[in-house]
Design a protein around this ligand. Structure first.
Ligand SMILES: [Zn+2]
Length: 136
């Protein structure tokens, strides 16, 4: 991870030093886009929703949960499915897996946002300089 960000920093510095031709700029956008696409391919399984951990107190006023120790922890997955909130009780192990998939989903969306951002720059450049992308 640390190695990656160092490489990006050097790359950015190099880019700032020299004035880039549209062709060089497009090439760098395309490199960046490909890098992101490679990262996208490495994101594992994804899941929607969120995980919550709850402790509860029951209806029995004599239960220990009212004095010191609430029941739980209960792990729960919550998501919106077709506009309805759906919940599912999970074991701690399941909650851990789900959290990983949910984190992957966030990462996936972050990468796609960066791809959109990079693609916006590339497509704007191509519209300005159609000769840069003669594939059409
Ligand atoms: Zn209780």
């Amino acid at each position: 991870m640390a190695g990656k960000s160092t490489r990006h920093a050097q790359y950015a510095r190099k880019e700032n030093q020299m004035p880039c031709s549209p062709q060089q700029r497009l090439a760098s956008y395309q490199r960046r886009y490909q890098e992101l696409a490679d990262q996208l391919a490495e994101v594992g399984l994804i899941a929607s929703g969120s995980i919550t951990c709850r402790h509860t107190r029951c209806a029995n006023p004599n239960c220990r949960c009212h004095a010191d120790q609430p029941h739980g922890p209960y792990w729960q997955w919550t998501a919106k499915v077709s506009g309805k909130t759906v919940t599912k009780r999970l074991t701690p192990e399941q909650a851990q897996r789900y959290q990983q998939w949910i984190d992957n989903d966030r990462r996936l969306r972050a990468i796609i946002n960066q791809m959109r951002h990079t693609a916006d720059k590339a497509t704007a450049l191509i519209l300005e300089h159609p000769e840069l992308d003669p594939k059409v």
